[in-house]
Design a protein around this ligand. Structure first.
Ligand SMILES: NC(=O)c1ccc[n+]([C@@H]2O[C@H](COP(=O)([O-])OP(=O)(O)OC[C@H]3O[C@@H](n4cnc5c(N)ncnc54)[C@H](OP(=O)(O)O)[C@@H]3O)[C@@H](O)[C@H]2O)c1
Length: 241
């Protein structure tokens, strides 16, 4: 049985990824931070639909020092990990406290790197190992009011570039899928006028749906995608890249 760890399975993009991968036969470790009820419900739905597969939930706050340890001690066999957790903070760069910078870095890149260190042996022992990050187009083009977020998303793409070279010989691919604007909880604070203004900038004319991101992730997870590594794939309706 092939197992994937989905970090941020409780989020909108993470849930879409979990559903697509379950449909492709994956058993899943479903990570959440605060949304326990949503994640339990997702696990129950998947168990009912795919009774031959396993669906286990794991709670961890990526801003805490022990998150990687907490996750890895709950993982047994593992073929793949997807990092779909993350938040942003909208404000001018000058207003960021050291703690806010630390929080963003820890949540999106430092803890994932520590998780990878702890599970890479398991992933490389399995065939067709996969590591996939959800990055952002802001990692390539940058965004005012989200400067640290943009820098860290760029860091994810750089990590993917470098680490893919280290583990290629182990049969593990490392890639990022970088969305533009996707209709998720993360964008709940936009009002209708702001949404319409963004829609006008996007050639496709709308926000993406989480399933349009999960579709790309599940294709990277396919064993036939073993020649794709070290890449950041932009999925943005033609917006910024
Ligand atoms: N939506 C977009 O327009 C967009 C664009 C580009 C990139 N992205 C990226 O896509 C990823 C998923 O975002 P989304 O749009 O699906 O947002 P979302 O629905 O708000 O999901 C956010 C996820 O992050 C988890 N999370 C939040 N704080 C955490 C912490 N301290 N430790 C561990 N997990 C934590 C949440 O867990 P709980 O809910 O359980 O607390 C949830 O699973 C993020 O990396 C985001 O940067 C989104």
């Amino acid at each position: 049985m092939k197992f994937a760890l989905i970090c941020g399975a409780s989020g909108n993009i993470g849930t879409a990824i979990s559903k697509d991968l379950a449909q492709k036969g994956w058993s899943l470790y479903l990570h959440y931070y605060q949304n326990e009820a949503t994640t339990n419900q997702l696990a129950n739905e998947l168990r009912a639909e795919y009774p031959q597969q396993d669906f286990l939930t794991i709670q961890a706050n990526f801003r805490s020092e022990d998150a990687a340890q907490k996750i890895s001690q709950n993982i047994f066999g593992l073929n793949a990990v997807v990092f779909a957790q993350g938040t942003t903070i909208y404000q001018l760069f000058d207003c960021f406290s050291a703690q806010q910078l630390e929080n963003l870095w820890q949540e999106q890149l430092k803890t994932p790197m520590l998780v990878i260190q702890k599970v890479i042996k398991k992933i490389s022992n399995a065939e067709n190992g996969r590591i996939v990050f959800i990055g952002s187009i802001y990692g390539a083009v940058g965004s005012s009011m989200e400067v640290p977020y943009s820098a860290i998303k760029g860091g994810i793409s750089s990590f993917v570039n470098a680490y893919s070279k280290e583990v290629a010989s182990l049969g593990v691919t490392v890639n990022a899928v970088a969305p533009g604007a996707v209709a998720t909880k993360m964008n709940d604070e936009f009002n209708q006028t702001e949404i319409e203004a963004v829609n006008e900038e996007i050639p496709v004319g709308r926000f993406g749906d989480p399933t349009e991101i999960s579709h790309i992730v599940q294709s990277i997870m396919d064993e036939r995608a073993s020649y794709l590594t070290g890449q950041t794939i932009y999925v943005d309706g033609g917006w910024k890249k």
